[in-house]
Design a protein around this ligand. Structure first.
Ligand code: PEP
Ligand code: MG
Length: 579
């Protein structure tokens, strides 16, 4: 009998294959009080387990195939660092000594303590990192339980299978990658879990959060998974399998066809050139730009130079990161956004500011930079110095008033003057732009447009602030709507302001990379899109089939709707199906 199950589709694509269930329940932890005389040998047993866990991970690390996504290596690296950290390598030893408990129990007590700290974190991404603690602790527990345990032996030949597991560790995924598996299903995990991140970068269809998947799906049975829909079909007949095989072929052909657009210009059928650029976060991301056909970087998020470290990156380190990106772009422009810390990007272990109730409304983005002008100037100096290696633009995030812009210019001037005094080269005419992410900035876009060289609409925050919904609060996700009439109005105001002042307006929020909105945005007058490299070719394929002159009338109608977002959704669907 056919069975349909649903989960969260985190990596699109269709996979058809036999199920391979990985049964790897957490080990039951055996709790025992030991004799004083056994403490020494128990500590030795624990140290030996840590050592073997580390050797295993290093072995797997050395077998990461060339070209594997960098996420895999960095996850394994972070697990190795955890094994080395006192919180795992020595705290359990103190517990063994103080409480006279066996190593497994001590480790479990330490785990509970660490997880309790993670539970209190508000940052969703950091919260998901408690999986890492569990993965590493589980590995040590296995080493304590079985001296001969090996990750690789646990995963047999799985070529072409759809792997069903409770959860997957980064080490699992390296081993699995050698096996060319067809798809992943996990019971745990969310859109930011390892399985999700890695499956996306490998292009393997994956569905997470499927309750009881290991019980409901039987080994070797043929199933179909549709990663875009988050749907699993089991017990299906030949006809359905044929249908999905056809669908899979169509999708593959479409992906291949998109590749042919890489070197084609993005130009509408009525001859309007559109600038497609990429959003990047790490210097290594520049590798993804060529295959995406990006004409530059429209948003380089620089937060990684500050997050998860004890000290922010020095001017030297920042300079070399920026220079690396600029050089990799070989003459294409790079828009470097200054530090946007705060809210969901909070991190700073040394931050001494008050704990606030609403960090998204707190000291974030440019406000934060203006409070710590030395930090800000250090970043500006690094960007200016790097600007001699290629075209660079500076962009300020989270601006709400002209005063903030003027204060930023003052610090920029100081940085320039310092460099001049030192005899250090930089581009004196470096263009300066701001992000329009707060309704106040959109409403004042005409004023801002006179004071800077470009604007860039950050819809992720603009939507959050216009509709008063925390973008990382799952309970209000359903209200997050790029097509809300108020949001469209603010976007339109910004585009018009740029047009009037004759300066470019870009969009670098997620909306720019969502093909459902491409026609709408083109019709509203957007000519500069900046999005995740993976979506750029699809956006280009839509642009190249559109005529902007034909979009004007339906767009006017959409913008006249002020009552119901639902009505706008219908009109945008119509727009997508007609043009
Ligand atoms: C945005 O807010 O749309 C944006 C691009 O910035 P971030 O997602 O980094 O806040
Ligand atoms: Mg933002």
């Amino acid at each position: 009998m056919a069975l349909m199950m649903n989960g969260l589709g985190v990596s699109k694509g269709i996979a058809i294959g036999g199920v391979h269930v990985l049964h790897r329940n957490s080990l039951e932890v055996y709790e025992r009080i030991i004799e004083q005389s056994q403490i020494k040998s128990e500590i030795q047993r624990f140290n030996s387990a840590i050592k073997r866990a580390s050797q295993q991970l290093k072995k797997i690390q050395s077998s990461i195939p060339a070209g594997a996504p960098k996420d895999i290596a960095s996850f394994i690296e972070s697990h190795l660092l955890m094994l080395d950290d006192a919180m795992l390598s020595s705290a359990p030893i103190d517990i063994i000594k103080e409480n006279r408990c066996n190593a497994e129990w001590a480790l479990q007590l330490q785990r509970d303590k660490l997880i309790a700290v993670f539970e209190l974190m508000e940052d969703e991404y950091l919260k998901t990192r408690q999986d890492d603690i569990d993965h590493v602790i589980n590995l040590i527990q296995k080493m304590l339980y079985d001296q001969k345990y090996e990750v690789e032996k646990e995963i047999q030949t799985l070529r072409g299978s759809i792997v069903v597991a409770d959860d997957l560790t980064p080490a699992d995924t390296v081993v699995l990658q050698h096996q060319s598996i067809a798809g992943f299903i996990t019971e745990l995990g969310g859109p930011l879990s390892h399985t999700a991140i890695i499956a996306r970068s490998l292009g393997i269809p994956a569905i997470v959060g499927v309750q009881d998947a290991r019980q409901l799906l039987k080994n070797n049975e043929q199933i179909i998974i549709d990663g875009a829909e988050g749907m699993i079909l089991a017990g299906v007949d030949e006809k359905t399998i044929r249908e999905y095989k056809h669908k899979r072929k169509v999708q593959k052909d479409e992906r291949r066809k998109l590749q042919t657009l890489r070197d084609v210009d993005a130009k509408t059928r009525d001859g309007i050139s559109i600038n497609l650029q990429a959003n990047i976060e790490l210097t290594e991301d520049t590798k993804t730009l060529k295959p995406s056909g990006a004409m530059g970087v429209g948003l380089y998020r620089t937060e990684f130079l500050y997050i998860d470290r004890d000290e922010p990156a020095s001017e030297k380190e920042q300079f070399s990161a920026y220079k690396k990106v600029i050089r990799a772009l070989k003459g294409l422009p790079v828009t470097i956004r200054t530090l946007d810390l705060g809210a969901e990007k909070e991190f700073d272990p040394k931050y001494k500011g008050p704990m606030v109730q609403n960090p998204a409304l707190g000291l974030r983005g440019l406000r934060r930079s203006l409070k710590d002008t030395e930090l800000f100037k250090c970043q500006l100096r690094a960007i200016l110095r790097a600007s001699v290696y290629g075209p660079v633009r500076i962009m300020f995030p989270m601006i709400t008033s002209e005063d903030e812009l003027f204060s930023s210019y003052r610090i920029l001037d100081q940085a320039k003057q310092e460099l001049l005094d030192e005899g250090t080269d930089f581009d004196p005419d470096i263009p300066i732009g701001i992000m329009i992410e707060v309704p106040a900035a959109a409403l004042l876009a005409q004023r801002f447009a006179k004071q800077c060289d470009f604007l860039s609409i950050g819809t992720n925050d603009l939507i959050q602030y216009s509709l008063a919904i925390d973008r990382i609060d799952e309970s209000v996700n359903y209200l997050y709507d790029p097509l809300h009439p108020a949001v469209l109005k603010l976007i339109h105001l910004t585009l018009k302001a740029g047009e009037k002042a004759n300066i470019p307006v870009a969009m670098c929020g997620e909306m720019a990379g969502d093909p459902r909105y491409t026609r709408l945005l083109l019709g509203m007058g957007l000519k500069n899109f900046s999005a995740h490299p993976a979506t750029l070719l699809e956006i280009k394929s839509i642009i190249n089939t559109c005529r902007i002159d034909k979009l004007e009338k339906p767009i006017k109608k959409i913008l006249s709707v002020t009552t119901s977002p639902a009505q706008i959704h219908i009109l945008v669907d119509e727009l997508n199906n007609t043009f």
